[in-house]
Design a binder for this molecule. Structure first.
Ligand code: G3P
Ligand code: CA
Length: 365
């Protein structure tokens, strides 16, 4: 009997080992498919969208680095989140007479040469005449020297690092406010696509996701611009709350906020899948929370997006004080919850090293 038991166990041994190895392989593969997107670079540590923050993100072993893109007066693409210069540069001090009536300094009113005379810093605001950092615990404002750079500068940095390290870190450019640019006589989407094509990004295998909040513009990119340029890149539909007035459409000469409400309905994921490869929702859009906000679970949007063949890359994960919701005990728990319980495919984060750690420790467990 004992001998029989040993024989049975021995005959099962390869199968058992195979199962474990297979299971681990499968887990590693699944974990490896999940990505970390450095939101505005390693912006939790160095001023957003500076070359330094991009190099730091690269060294943190991220999969993608984000570029928010706006256009200058002389048609250069620069890497800035706002189409204003006043939140992250000393434009008000250097060009005091160049604001518009609303008091803002528009990138589109300045040449690249003018913009490159400015100093760049951590995001700040002015309250009652006093300048204050938007994130007081981050890199100090006006410390060290940073400059605004072009999309081409950043592509060359990332491609150079890809060559010197043998890695293949991707780009994740966002076309900012396409309608605003078009109303000011600039086809920013076409300019972004031309730049990507020039640097060798041309098809669905290219390591790039082009993102925008503007659904109509993404459809134009998919159906008109990319075929015209002979390229076909992966697209991501960003989703905003309608109340943010993120996108404005011009109808009968009047500006109307675009309604995103349809994008929050699981049954509409297949509509997005007709033109995009993924969605980029605000993270609360993927969950329902208990009344006391201590518990959260999927609301079904991620599953519906996956069923429609879409990737899900929510934004923005921040480890700063007060930024971790009550349903997670700390930042790594929040990341694990979204990666492994909600099941998202990637996340935008200002603290990319922490997301890389979560993915690599999961792969090892
Ligand atoms: O593009 C994803 C995320 O960056 C969207 O938010 O405002 O930081 O561009 P925002
Ligand atoms: Ca963005």
């Amino acid at each position: 009997m004992k001998t029989l038991l040993i024989v049975i166990l021995l005959s099962l041994f390869p199968l058992l080992v195979g199962c474990t190895a297979n299971g681990e392989l499968k887990k590693t593969k699944l974990t490896n498919q999940k990505v970390v997107i450095a939101h505005r670079g390693a912006s939790g540590y160095l001023p957003e969208h500076t070359m330094a923050s991009k190099a730091m993100a690269y060294a943190m072993k991220v999969d993608y680095i984000e570029q928010d893109l706006v256009m200058t007066k002389d048609d250069h693409l620069v890497v800035l989140h706002d189409h204003y210069l006043d939140r992250v540069t000393n434009v008000a001090e250097k060009f005091p007479k160049r604001s518009r009536q609303d008091g803002r300094y528009y990138v589109i009113d300045f040449t690249l040469a003018e913009i490159q005379t400015l100093d760049m810093t951590e995001g700040f605001s002015i309250k009652e005449g006093v300048l204050a950092a938007n994130y007081p615990d981050r890199f100090p404002i006006w410390q060290s020297k940073f400059k605004v750079h072009t999309f081409a500068d950043e592509i060359e940095l990332i491609q150079g690092l890809n060559k010197s390290t043998g890695k293949n870190v991707g780009l994740y450019p966002e076309i900012k406010s396409p309608i605003f640019h078009i109303l000011n006589g600039k086809d920013i989407s076409k300019a972004v696509l031309l730049e990507l094509k020039k640097y060798g990004y041309s098809n669905q295998d290219s390591k790039v996701f082009v993102q925008s909040f503007d659904a109509n513009e993404l459809i134009r990119i998919k159906m008109e611009l990319m075929p015209e340029l002979g390229i076909d890149l992966k697209l991501v539909q960003l989703i905003a709350m309608t109340s943010w007035k993120e996108t404005v459409n011009i109808k009968d000469g009047a500006a109307k906020p675009y309604s995103y409400d349809w994008m929050l309905k699981p049954e509409n994921m297949s509509k997005i899948a007709q033109y995009a490869n993924g969605i980029g929702p605000w993270k609360p859009m993927l969950i329902t929370q208990s009344e006391n906000s201590k518990f959260a679970k999927s609301n079904g949007l991620t599953e519906a997006a996956h069923k429609a063949g879409l990737l899900v890359h929510p934004y923005t994960f921040r480890a700063d004080k007060g930024e971790v919701p009550k349903y997670a005990k700390d930042f790594p728990t929040l990341l694990r919850f979204f990666y492994f319980e909600i099941g998202v495919d990637g996340i935008f984060t200002d603290f990319p090293d922490k997301a890389v750690d979560v993915l690599s420790s999961e792969a090892q467990n």
